[in-house]
Write a protein of this length. Structure first.
Length: 91
């Protein structure tokens, strides 16, 4: 996490889906008024690329500065913004 209340937090990606949102059962719980309960998810595709998908959130999920409308591949270092929270994939 590079911005927001969880700045400095890291989560190891081990081939499982990461859920993001305000819901307490999310993999990453966002304490952010601009995040939905079930806001977005990050998951690996069959080719080993990581995909980010907005789950119908009210305020949207952004990759770089583009609002996502479909599941989208993530490049290393590209910022994913959910409300005030920014996440980057790093090696």
């Amino acid at each position: 996490m590079t911005e927001g209340t969880l700045t400095g937090t890291t989560v190891a990606l081990q081939g499982q889906t990461i859920s993001l949102g305000r819901a307490h059962d999310s993999t990453i719980v966002l304490d952010d008024d601009y995040a939905s309960s079930r806001h977005a998810r990050i998951y690996p595709d069959r080719d080993g690329q990581w995909i980010v998908e907005d789950l119908g959130s009210t305020n949207g999920t952004y990759l770089d500065r583009t609002r996502l409308t479909t599941p989208t591949a993530i490049s290393l270092g590209a910022p994913i913004r959910i409300g005030k929270t920014v996440i980057e994939l790093r090696k």
